[in-house]
Design a protein around this ligand. Structure first.
Ligand code: ADP
Ligand code: MG
Length: 224
C-alpha cells in the first residue's frame, strides 16, 4: 500500500508520536473509569449520566488501543488461544452499542476449530474494530454474522453485515491511516487490522456482498 518510502517514514514518525501520547493517556483514563464506576455504585440514583460517561471512556480506550498498536514496532507475544472466547469477549465490548442500534450479533463456529496461536489482545483488537464497523454500518438495525472455519491449516473468519456497503470509489483508500467517512471516525480501525493480521502472517479482504452490506474476510495461518 505504501510503496513510497517518504510516506513510510512519515507514518513511522506519526506512529511514534501516537504511541507516546496513547501511553500517557492510558493510565489516567483507567483511573477515571475506575472512579466513575465506584461513584456510580455509591450514588445508586437511577437518573444519572454514568452510562454516557462510561461509554465515552470506553470509546477513548478503543482509540488509544489502536494508537498503541500503530506505534509499536512489530512485536507480539503469541500463545494458543480460543477464537470462540476471543469473539465472546469482543461481543461483550460492542454489545451496548449494538443494542442501542438494534443490531444482533451472532457467531457461527463451523465444525471443529483448534486453538489459534496468536497475540490474544491484538486479535481481540482486530475483531473489536471489524465488528464495530459492521455495527456502525447499520444505524437502523440488522444482523452481524461472524463465521469461523478452519480448513487446510488456516483459520477463516468472516464478519458479515447488512449495512450500506462500501462505495466503489473508496475501496482503494481503506486501511489508509486516518481515512474515514464517518463524522466521528478516526480512520484507524482497518489500518490497525491490516498491521496485526500481517504481523500474524495472515491476510484480509473487504468486499461488498452481492445483495446487501459488506463482508470482511480474515485468514490466519494455523500453528505448524
Ligand atoms: P472508522 O471506523 O473510524 O471510520 P476504519 O478504518 O475502521 O475507520 O474504517 C474506515 C472506513 O471504511 C469507514 O469510515 C467506512 O467508510 C469504511 N468501512 C469499514 N468497514 C465497513 C463496513 N462494514 N461497511 C461499510 N463501510 C465500511
Ligand atoms: Mg472503524
Amino acid at each position: 500500500l505504501y510503496e513510497d518510502s517518504q510516506q513510510k517514514e512519515k507514518l513511522a514518525v506519526v506512529g511514534q508520536m501516537a504511541a507516546s501520547i496513547a501511553h500517557e493517556i492510558k493510565n489516567p483514563l483507567s483511573a477515571l473509569k475506575g472512579f466513575t464506576q465506584l461513584q456510580q455504585e455509591r450514588d445508586g440514583s437511577t437518573e444519572n449520566f454514568y452510562p454516557i460517561m462510561l461509554n465515552e471512556i470506553d470509546r477513548i480506550n478503543l482509540i488509544v488501543s489502536d494508537l498503541l498498536i500503530i506505534g509499536k514496532p512489530n512485536s507480539s507475544s503469541k500463545r494458543p488461544a480460543s477464537i470462540e472466547k476471543i469473539l465472546t469477549y469482543v461481543i461483550s465490548i460492542i454489545e451496548p452499542q449494538a443494542v442501542r442500534q438494534s443490531v444482533n450479533i451472532h457467531v457461527e463456529i463451523k465444525a471443529h476449530v483448534p486453538k489459534i496461536y496468536c497475540d490474544e489482545n491484538q486479535i481481540k483488537q482486530v475483531f473489536i474494530n471489524l465488528v464495530k464497523n459492521a455495527v456502525e454500518s447499520m444505524p437502523d438495525g440488522g444482523d452481524v454474522a461472524i463465521e469461523v472455519q478452519y480448513s487446510h491449516n488456516e483459520f477463516i473468519i468472516n464478519v458479515n453485515d447488512e449495512g450500506e456497503g462500501i462505495p466503489g470509489d473508496i475501496i482503494s483508500k481503506l486501511g489508509e491511516p486516518f481515512f474515514t467517512t464517518k463524522p466521528n471516525g478516526t480512520g484507524l480501525g482497518l489500518m490497525v487490522t491490516k498491521k496485526i493480521v500481517e504481523e500474524h502472517g495472515g491476510r484480509f479482504d473487504i468486499r461488498n456482498n452481492p445483495d446487501k452490506g459488506a463482508t470482511v474476510k480474515i485468514i490466519l495461518p494455523g500453528h505448524k
